[in-house]
Design a protein around this ligand. Structure first.
Ligand code: ZN
Length: 301
């Protein structure tokens, strides 16, 4: 199998695309359930704190009505229709094709299924296939695919709930650091990776706190600092200025587009996470070329 995939790059891209679609189906579950799990945890902690704070005994303890989290995680319960609660069969769970086959409606109650599910599966399939095309068969393909999947989940969760869950973002930082000795990008060594993670966090921390000092408003969250640290760890500290410039550029483009086409309120901006994720992913593929091009063009090198 390995031999076949090494010698047939096109077959490898196709296999990678199928893998990406399957993972995308799981990403939909993560995007929907992880925030619910996190908020459930917060709720439990709030109840515990109140009971502690008000010194309540066993007789008059406040009970969180949603305290039982044991039956809701990434694995159970099985996916079901949001409307009629019927459990989906394996046939309803085939990425992209189930949606097409069911014409975007629940098999039982005909409720419209959000087009977001197949779109995320398609995005995951495309990004995975592109990583396969660009890096070809090998460890680096798998690592960049993993990074891409994490970024899809983070972007969507940030868009929906304005949070970047630590369980994903900190894992990506650790994976980037541990991968640095094997990372084929020539600028990446354990040292540039470590400095990248620290500097990525620090730069945005300084920017956000200066902004807060001047305007009195929160412009960015802790999650954004950690997300820039992810790219520092994966790509080395030298990439950080480029990612900051690119993310502002992507943010301006998408922001202007949304205000023009959707009349979105400019005081209710999209969180910064998705912009950082897009800028970071562009840098994974073309970051080094963009930096070298700039240095050559400007006559610095
Ligand atoms: Zn239904």
């Amino acid at each position: 199998m390995d031999e076949f995939l090494i010698q047939n790059p096109i077959a490898f891209v196709v296999v990678a695309g199928i893998l990406g679609g399957l993972v995308g189906s799981f990403l939909n579950v993560v995007i929907y359930r992880l925030p619910v799990m996190i908020k459930g945890d917060w709720q439990n902690q709030c109840y515990e704190f109140l009971n502690e704070y008000e010194s309540r005994n066993d007789d008059n303890r406040l009970i969180n009505p949603n305290s039982d989290q044991s039956k809701f995680n990434l694995v159970v319960p099985r996916s079901r229709c949001q409307k009629c609660k019927k459990q989906l069969t394996a046939l309803d769970n085939i990425p992209i094709f189930s949606y097409l086959f069911l014409k975007g409606k629940c098999r039982y109650c005909s409720t419209t299924i959000s087009a977001r599910y197949p779109l995320i599966e398609i995005l995951s399939a495309l990004l995975t296939a592109f990583a396969a095309y660009h890096f070809q068969y090998g460890l680096h393909f798998l690592m960049i695919a993993l990074l891409s999947w994490g970024l899809i989940a983070l972007s969507m969760i940030d868009y929906d709930h304005k949070i970047l869950p630590d369980s994903i973002v900190l894992s990506l930082i650790w994976i980037g650091l541990l991968y640095s000795p094997y990372n084929p990008i020539k600028e990446v060594t354990p040292i540039t990776s470590l400095i990248g993670a620290a500097a990525g966090y620090l730069i945005l921390w300084i920017v956000a706190n200066s902004f807060k000092l001047i305007t009195g408003k929160d412009g960015m969250g802790n999650g954004d600092f950690k997300l820039l640290a992810v790219f520092g760890a994966w790509l080395g500290w030298m990439i950080l200025p480029l990612i900051i410039v690119l993310s502002s550029f992507v943010g301006a483009l998408i922001g202007i587009g949304l205000i023009i086409f959707k009349g979105r309120d400019r005081n209710n901006p999209i969180p910064f996470g998705p912009y950082l994720a897009i800028a970071g992913l562009i840098s994974v593929y073309w970051g080094a070329d963009m930096i070298n091009g700039y240095l050559n063009y400007s006559g610095i090198v």
